[in-house]
Design a protein around this ligand. Sequence first.
Ligand SMILES: O=C(O)CCC(=O)C(=O)O
Length: 251
Amino acid sequence: MKIPENALLQYREEGYTIIGRVLDDALLAAMREEEARFRNFEPYEPHTTIFRSQLTAYSSVIRQVVTSPALVSAATQLVGPNLSLWFNQFVTKMPDGDAGKSAFPWHQDNGYASLEPATNVTFWIALDDVDTENGCVWVQPGSHKLGLLDHRRANTDNWHLTLDVEGDGLPAVLKAGEAVAFTGLTLHRSKLNHSQLPRRGFFIEYADPAATYYRQQDPNQTEPTPISQEPQTWLVAGQLPWPKSKATHEN
Ligand SMILES: O=C(O)CCC(=O)C(=O)O
């Protein structure tokens, strides 16, 4: 997939762009089946958002999606010729009813795991038509230019981080199979799902394979770790130099 010049410019200037259809009908149907399989794998609370993360070892359909020419070619235009898959997950926002529990508060993806260089991109792929009624993602245009911001725990009940943001941002209204791309520093969130049906999405993050990451909230991690050392990180385009420290067999 070739991203048009005006969309590349919007990504650079505003930190996001809608890149259109990335899943064809067959792959969309297969991903919906996978979402159901993973969602029902273990019990979940009603009215909440369900996360099923780092799934490539468990699903050939997901491997097909994360290595698909459409996504990899789009991601190399946004990140660079060398590219690693860094994170993937289903995010299913169940109908909220009046519980008020299904929101995902404002954050930068790098607020959870900050990558350096921060050239990582997230593709949020709609598995249903999404809009303001059923809890689409909202982005804050231009916010990536603020750099990495301090996040705090949203509340003591769960792991969500957040920060104060002025204004509403813009809703990424998408048809099923379409994606919005945003940077690891772009502020985004989602509100409640007021519809009667689950709002299903699939989230993929790609990064420069030479990047390191750091989780500020993890007391066990005292210094940045190369993302390539993580078993869930896969090179999907280009190359990564083999580190000298690994070439020990010839010694
Ligand atoms: O799918 C959503 O509602 C938001 C997901 C999100 O922002 C994230 O996983 O970082």
